[in-house]
Design a protein around this ligand. Structure first.
Ligand code: KIV
Ligand code: ZN
Length: 386
């Protein structure tokens, strides 16, 4: 089976930076962009140039700094936005303008007080404007997740005819179930006659915790680009997490996809973004959380110590994480206790571990986690008793 490339479009610096309190300065953004390029993403959405002079400067400086990666600037379907994005991207080796408009009936009525026909016209017009400045134009149909499929197909056909190279189908409110999002992509593939002239992109939000599942459903249905952010940062509950989709594609080679992302850089990248944006990563976060490779219950620890693959589908070094941890709690068993003592240089036999175990449980019940210092005290108590 020939493997198909899934393009990774990172929007940490645009959608990710929309998180309250996450404002970055230009220097920080350039540093993150350079690391994203080293990570191997295909496209970096560097900002929304018309939104502020600072964002304009960041997109400009990132365009100057990057060597290979496509640099993308966001705009609304407004001529001034598009001109400003084009100006900010002027020095990019591979510039892309990302422009679009809301296509759900709710957006058409509530935001634009317009009709479907008027919105279709504006969609075509904004792609045409953008094409005056760059070859690579991505169109987004905002709230595509709640847009009627038949109308969405007409909009997508028209913007591809106008020159869109990528068509982004955002589930802006994180509303879709994975099968619905997959069906939407399949509908476009089957009902847009010129769809083979553009790449379909998934842009999923996490309001129901489905952003990653929806993006994967999208690529299974035929999309070839995923828009995502480091640590899943983004507006409200966030976006599809880059580290999750990259590792799903890597783990499930049966799907026949690959990305250009270097997995061993995922944890260092996550730490850089978390520290720079001052946004701690939840401990149970897949791939990059501090507990992602920690084992604390006796049953798991015993299996893990016999063969790590019993409880780990990914080795921590594959994603640049610290080694797996055996955490000692009141749920831990004798094998984990003996293992941790061995790491401290005490090779206790079975009887000795049996003797230590009640003392360990007493300490574990009193504390959340039994640490090396506690173990050293127990070891000392045992040697005094002997
Ligand atoms: O969620 C969304 O619809 C967006 C678009 C601007 C692409 O972020
Ligand atoms: Zn978004």
């Amino acid at each position: 089976m020939e493997e198909k490339k899934i393009h990774i479009f990172d929007t940490t610096l645009r959608d990710g930076e929309q998180v309250p309190g996450c404002k970055l300065n230009t220097k920080e953004k350039v540093e993150i962009a350079l690391q994203l390029e080293a990570l191997g993403v295909d496209v970096i959405e560097a900002g929304f140039p018309v939104s502020s002079p600072g964002d304009f400067q960041s997109v400009r400086d990132i365009s100057l700094a990057l060597k290979e990666t496509t640099v993308c600037g966001l705009s609304r379907a407004v001529l001034k936005d598009i001109e400003t994005a084009a100006e900010a991207l002027r020095h990019a080796r591979r510039p892309r303008i990302h422009t679009g408009i809301g296509t759900s009936d709710l957006h058409i009525r509530a935001k634009f007080n317009a009709t479907r026909a008027e919105i279709l016209e504006r969609a075509v017009q904004c792609v045409r404007w953008a094409k005056n400045f760059v070859d690579d134009v991505e169109f987004y149909a905002e709230d595509a997740g709640r847009t009627d499929n038949e109308y969405l197909a007409r909009v997508i056909e028209a913007v591809i005819r106008a020159g869109a190279t990528v068509v982004n189908i955002p589930d802006t409110t994180g509303y879709c179930l994975p099968y619905q999002y997959g069906e939407k992509i399949a509908y476009l593939i089957n009902n847009v006659p010129n769809i083979d002239r553009a790449v379909i992109s998934c842009h999923c939000h996490n309001d129901l915790g489905l952003a990653t599942a929806n993006a994967i459903a999208g690529v299974i249905a035929g999309a070839r680009q995923i828009e995502c952010t480091i640590n899943g940062l983004g507006e409200r509950a966030g976006n599809t997490a880059l580290e999750e989709v990259v590792m799903i594609i890597r783990q499930h080679q049966d799907l026949g996809f690959y990305t250009g992302v270097k997995p061993e850089q995922l944890n260092p990248m996550s730490r850089l973004v978390s520290d720079t944006m001052r946004m701690p990563v939840q401990p149970n976060k897949a791939i990059v959380g501090s507990n992602a490779f920690s084992h604390s219950s006796g049953i798991h620890q015993d299996g893990f110590l016999k063969n790590a693959q019993t409880y780990e589908i990914i080795a921590p070094e594959e994603v640049g994480a610290d080694s797996s941890k055996i955490v000692l709690t009141a749920r831990s068993g004798r094998s984990a206790l003996a293992y941790r003592f061995r790491k401290l240089g005490y090779d206790f036999n079975r009887d000795e571990v049996d003797e230590l175990y009640p003392l360990f449980l007493k300490t574990a019940d009193a504390k959340k986690e039994v640490k090396d210092d506690d173990l050293l005290q127990m070891a000392k108590a045992l040697s005094v008793a002997e």
